[in-house]
Design a protein around this ligand. Structure first.
Ligand SMILES: Cc1cc2nc3c(=O)[nH]c(=O)nc-3n(C[C@H](O)[C@H](O)[C@H](O)COP(=O)(O)OP(=O)(O)OC[C@H]3O[C@@H](n4cnc5c(N)ncnc54)[C@H](O)[C@@H]3O)c2cc1C
Length: 228
């Protein structure tokens, strides 16, 4: 009962199928008006009547009208993927948040955002919140054509995509590029798959990039649920 009391109810005002595995979800409610939201925060959407929840990143939050938007990657058959795939206009949901996750306050360009399909929403949120200069986005993705299409639909046309490959050999390309950017004073925001974040972060630190210039948050890991 207490948990239910802490949750915010919302109505789904639109669900856009941007591609077979991406849903752009718009939520609206009186309960979304009285919030303080900053880019990088998370919401935890309740899955059914139980206590389980799945975590998403608001792309935007309109406190005046009580609206927010999420971009869900329906990677598989987990509760979150099923929830996003099955949503229809007029459905309702309950969630906790927005709550602290990545603290991006004070981030100044040049900023490099690394992530994957689960980080596109964050990139959109960050774009609207960064001072002039914006961020360079580098995403690893499994289906490049699909990812490109989705990034264009959310106006992140400049984002760089790199195809995942067996053994994560593609991360060597990411690391080389990031070391070049690090030399120009970039700050790094690392999100998405836990093992990729760990590897890239280790490489940056080994090259002398101070921890204060790296913000990291794992969004998922193979075999794990509810990382947050
Ligand atoms: C702070 C935070 C913010 C997040 N923001 C977003 C967001 O905006 N949009 C979004 O789509 N996701 C986001 N995620 C990731 C999302 O919460 C996870 O992918 C979650 O596991 C999805 O729930 P599920 O029920 O579909 O799969 P689960 O039942 O949780 O996972 C089942 C299995 O699927 C695999 N798996 C999980 N995620 C992925 C993936 N992305 N790709 C491939 N395999 C996977 C793992 O092996 C896992 O054990 C965020 C996570 C965190 C912690």
């Amino acid at each position: 009962m207490l948990l239910r009391w802490l949750m915010r109810p919302a109505r789904v005002t639109s669900v856009e199928t941007l591609s077979p595995r991406f849903r752009l979800i718009a939520l609206e409610s009186e309960a979304l008006k009285d919030v303080v939201w900053t880019a990088g925060q998370k919401v935890q959407v309740a899955m059914g009547a139980g206590l389980s929840a799945r975590t998403y990143t608001p792309m935007s939050w309109d406190t005046a009208h009580g609206r927010t938007r999420l971009l869900a990657f329906t990677h598989g058959d987990g509760p979150g993927s099923r929830w996003a795939s099955g949503l229809r206009d007029g459905d309702t949901c309950q969630f906790f948040g927005p709550r602290r996750s990545l603290d991006l306050a004070g981030l100044m360009p040049p900023v490099v955002l690394f992530g994957d399909e689960t980080s596109f929403g964050l990139a959109a949120a960050l774009r609207s919140n960064l001072h002039a200069g914006g961020a360079l986005h580098m995403f690893e993705a499994t289906e490049i054509v699909e990812a490109r299409h989705v990034l264009e639909a959310i106006h992140l046309n400049e984002a760089r995509l790199i195809a995942r490959n067996a053994g994560d050999a593609h991360l060597a390309t990411v690391e080389a590029e990031f070391l070049r950017l690090a030399a120009n004073g970039a700050q790094f925001v690392l999100t998405g798959k836990a093992s990729s974040i760990q590897r890239v972060s280790r490489t940056l630190k080994a090259a002398g990039v101070a921890s204060s210039r790296i913000k990291a948050k794992a969004y998922w890991a193979p075999g794990k649920t509810g990382l947050d």
